[in-house]
Write a protein that binds this ligand. Structure first.
Ligand code: UD1
Length: 426
């Protein structure tokens, strides 16, 4: 079940519903560790490998997790373990999100230092620096982070980079700190507001009014809460790009327009057209993308939100391989996020990597090939290319894609694609 075979060249048509956001679900799930003898209910949780890994991690720490469709419930005992197990942390970097809440509630935490991954070195120094500023003693011994703090203290913390994970970890740690914590130069991704809303529902005072500045008043206790995961902006945009690349007409349901503005603006600049709909009963928004003959070439630079998301960079690059000219795609968030380029070139794309920039010369058509997903979003880019390519494409190592895209094969088939899982070749 590790490859996806795609017969490309068919315009995709129809409606697809956005899943709950992976990157919002994971920190909100980790925040349940702030509860003691209480329960959190979380709606709209996507069914993904990364969510399974976070469930397994929380269960190892002592939380009972229940599931009913896309609703998860977390029963958190009075005492939980403060040691995150190595295999689960190694499986998913976002496991490091348990550090802040564990330290806050247990007074200590042990976490294997997450290693690098295929898109860059990805240290957690900013998370640790913030915790130290709040009074934690942090040591790294034999590849493990040992953090200890009888009582974290509210502080003014300036992040050297608006790291998503560091912002989330510090918000959760600050929920139990004594006094007010002010974090400056924070990430502003929509996932941060989803976590802030959850903490507020637990009774923590969180003020996110100042752009890039978050104030948290530690409460020392948290109460039962019910929350909902926001729609996944990266998944929604990936399906919009599937429409663009196949010359199809796709309606993506359940989107928050402000979350996907960067892509919509770029698509407009490239000559694509779309319309916005609103469900009269629920108020939910949808976007329909219309067939476009050829995209104009673009310059794209990834940036922290509200800039163009790095998690959409490979998929956008895939779309630009078929544009009518030379595009420049600059990656400014991660160091090594171009591993997909060689695979796309095997399909007939013309991409040259110069430092942080991919120089993409548009070609007339792509041709099917066997290609390997090196990471989650690289895999999504290869699927998009396969949908647009002539003949058959086989995307291997689909386990990366299943970390972030729910029922990707079924959703594509519902849009008219010929796409199916099969075993990787030996
Ligand atoms: C999150 C997302 C990931 C997305 C990324 C950037 C989750 C689960 N993952 O990852 O999909 O691609 O945001 O939008 O939400 N950095 C440091 N030191 C640190 C922390 C980060 O140098 O302590 C660097 C990283 O190496 C990277 C950059 O900052 O170059 C951005 O990382 P960060 O925003 O922290 O991303 P994650 O939270 O890991």
């Amino acid at each position: 079940m590790d490859s996806m075979r795609i017969k490309g060249g068919k315009p995709l048509k129809g409606k697809v519903r956005t899943q709950g956001a992976k990157n919002a679900a994971l920190p909100v799930m980790a925040s349940c560790l702030l509860l003691k003898g209480q329960k959190m209910v979380l709606n709209n949780v996507p069914s993904l490998q990364d969510v399974e890994t976070m469930i397994a991690l929380l269960e190892t720490l002592g939380v009972s997790v229940g599931r009913e469709g896309s609703r998860l419930s977390f029963d958190v005992p009075e005492e939980v373990s403060w040691e995150a197990p190595e295999p689960l942390v190694r499986m998913m970097r976002a496991s490091s999100l348990v550090l802040g809440p564990l330290l806050a509630r247990c007074g200590r935490a042990v976490l294997p230092l997450p290693g690098g991954c295929s898109i860059g070195s990805r240290p957690i120094d900013l998370h640790l620096k913030g915790l130290v500023q709040m009074g934690a003693k942090v040591e790294i011994r034999n590849g493990f982070v040992h953090a200890q703090a009888e009582q974290l203290r509210g502080r003014r913390i300036y992040l050297d980079f608006p790291s998503v994970g560091a912002t989330e970890n510090l918000m959760m740690a600050a929920a139990f700190a004594k006094g007010e914590t002010i974090v400056e130069n924070t990430a502003r991704e929509p996932e941060i507001e989803n976590l802030a809303k959850t903490l507020r529902a637990m009774g923590v005072q969180v003020d996110t009014e100042g752009a890039g500045c978050i104030r948290i008043k530690g409460s020392g206790e948290a109460r039962d809460c019910v929350e909902r995961v926001i729609p996944d902006r990266i998944e929604a945009c990936t399906y919009l790009l599937a429409g663009v690349m196949t010359g199809g007409e796709i309606t993506v349901e359940d989107v928050v327009l402000e979350h996907i503005d960067a892509l919509l603006a770029k698509l407009e600049e490239a000559g694509a057209s779309f319309s916005v709909g609103k469900d009269a009963a629920t108020g939910e928004k949808s976007v329909t993308i219309y067939p476009v003959k050829k995209l104009k070439p673009l310059s794209v630079r990834t940036m922290p939100f509200p800039g163009f998301p790095t998690d959409l960079q490979p998929q956008m690059a895939a779309a630009l391989t078929l544009s009518g000219g030379v595009s420049l795609v600059e990656e400014s968030v991660f160091q090594a996020r171009f591993l997909y380029a060689a695979e796309l070139n095997r399909m007939g794309a013309d991409i040259k990597i110069k430092g942080d920039t991919a120089v993409i010369k548009g070609v007339e058509k792509l041709g099917g090939a066997s290609v390997k997903a090196t990471d989650l979003r690289a895999g999504a880019a290869l699927i998009l290319a396969g949908l647009a390519a002539e003949n058959e494409t086989r995307v291997e190592n689909m386990e990366h894609v299943l970390r972030g895209y729910e029922s990707v094969d079924a959703k594509l088939r519902a849009l008219g694609a010929e796409a199916a899982f099969e075993a990787d070749p030996e």
